[in-house]
Design a protein around this ligand. Structure first.
Ligand code: COA
Length: 160
């Protein structure tokens, strides 16, 4: 049985992330969406809020579950015996960062664990969680770029 991790901040999850989750769920027997608490970022949503939103969005994907972790990605991956770590690549600018991370992780992963890259579908190649938050905060439209429940949660945050 092959199991993979798709990790990220997901602050919040976008349709770009969901696209990667859906496609990766067809490639592996089990997929875990790993929400990281990254101390270098100040998130809009708590880890619990991010996990809750993702849980609502994966109900139709029976082989996908959500978890959260702190610390070194490789420690979490080795401990849980994942076979692969999935990342989405949006543009060439992602590549520089991703290759460095993949090569560093390769040093840290147990033997046989691979980083696997999926090209982001073109309709999502320009989105990031930050750009979505900025546009919503300024009352811009992001229809089709984030799930409606996520849009509602972002609006709630900014109305406070
Ligand atoms: N569609 C849309 N947006 C996407 C996307 C896709 N397919 N893939 C990535 N993004 C966006 C995210 O929304 C995020 O946007 P933001 O920066 O505006 O919030 C951005 O790209 C970065 O993605 P994210 O997955 O959140 O990256 P990250 O830089 O937080 O990395 C980890 C997440 C878990 C891989 C990384 O932080 C990590 O490994 N941390 C653990 C510590 C560690 O082990 N460090 C050593 C690494 S070698």
């Amino acid at each position: 049985m092959k199991k993979a991790l798709y990790s990220g901040s997901f602050d919040p999850i976008t349709n770009g992330h969901l696209d990667i989750i859906t496609r990766a769920s067809k490639m592996f027997d089990k997929l875990t969406v790993g929400v990281i608490h990254n101390p270098n970022k100040t998130p809009l949503f708590s880890v619990e809020e991010r996990v809750e939103m993702i849980n609502k969005l994966i109900v139709d994907l029976p082989n996908v579950k959500v978890d959260n972790f702190t610390g070194l990605l490789a420690d979490y991956v080795n401990k849980n015996k994942f076979n692969a770590v999935v990342r989405g690549l949006r543009a060439t600018t992602d590549f520089e960062y991703e290759i460095q991370m993949a090569q560093m992780n390769a040093e840290l992963f147990s033997p046989g664990i691979e980083s696997v890259f999926l090209m982001t579908s073109p309709q999502y190649s320009f989105i990031s969680s930050s750009v979505i938050k900025e546009v919503v905060a300024l009352n811009g439209k992001v229809d089709g770029l984030v799930p409606p429940i996520v849009l509602e949660e972002i609006k709630k945050k900014y109305s406070k």
